[in-house]
Ligand binder design. Structure first.
Ligand code: CO
Length: 229
């Protein structure tokens, strides 16, 4: 056993040092993890034990991958309290099996009743939809946001500044994704009765969340008939 463990350790070390990240040393992150786990254990001795039994999150968070918008932290929740899906620009694309599988699992397995779609101001993915295409792979994904910018062009252009237009598109993007969730076959199924989909936007400048409820209802009324269930 000792020899096997030693070989495994040697192999992992070789992979780290020679193949994947020759200059990368992440030992400080492992140290951080131990400090974090010990801190939790000190204040909540049964915390990790209770999580091993099963997860019972009450919320599904669909947010942006942006490192400045960590789901649990900004709503003050601990591990186990929020089920999370994140991608660039917090999109819910009708054919994205990843996101749809998360929604399906959240609704039908975890019995979550509140889904939060959260965007944020200053979103790089959303901002790039207002700029010329860079011809990168990433542009295929952002094309979904460009379509929103095109459809809501007059709303966006009613904002007098470029910064205001970018903020408006961030908000509209959230509202459209909320409609996508609400009108997905998963949410339309009777098993999802009672599930509420919320649309929020996070301001990185002050750390505050804002509910986009009025805009969502407006967007829902304006979405093309082909997108309505
Ligand atoms: Co973003």
């Amino acid at each position: 056993m000792g020899t096997t463990a030693s070989l495994q350790g040697e192999c992992a070390t070789r992979l780290r040092s020679d193949t994947i990240h020759p200059m990368s040393d992440l030992s400080h992150l492992l140290t951080n993890n131990r400090v974090w786990a010990e801190g939790i254990h000190r204040t909540h001795p049964v915390f990790f034990g209770s999580l091993t039994a099963q997860q019972r999150p009450k919320f599904l968070w669909i947010g942006c991958s942006d490192s400045r918008v960590p789901a649990n932290e900004i709503i003050g929740l601990m591990p186990g309290e929020v089920f999370v899906h994140r991608n660039v620009a917090n999109l819910v694309v009708h054919s994205d099996l990843n996101c749809l599988s998360v929604i399906d699992y959240a609704v039908n397995e975890l019995k979550i009743k509140d889904i939060i779609v959260c965007g944020h101001y200053g979103c790089g993915g959303v901002n790039s939809a207002l700029a010329p295409s860079a011809g990168r792979f990433f542009d295929h994904w952002i094309r979904h946001v460009r379509d929103i910018a095109k459809f809501y062009r007059s709303d966006i252009e009613s904002e007098p500044t470029a910064a205001g237009q970018a903020r408006k598109l961030c908000e509209l993007n959230v509202a459209v994704q909320v409609v996508h969730v609400r009108e997905s076959p998963i949410l339309q199924h009777p098993a999802a009765r009672g599930v509420t989909v919320h649309g929020w936007i996070y301001d990185i400048a002050d750390g505050l969340l804002h509910d986009l409820c009025p805009m969502i209802e407006k967007v829902r009324a304006l979405e093309p008939p082909c997108a309505r269930a």
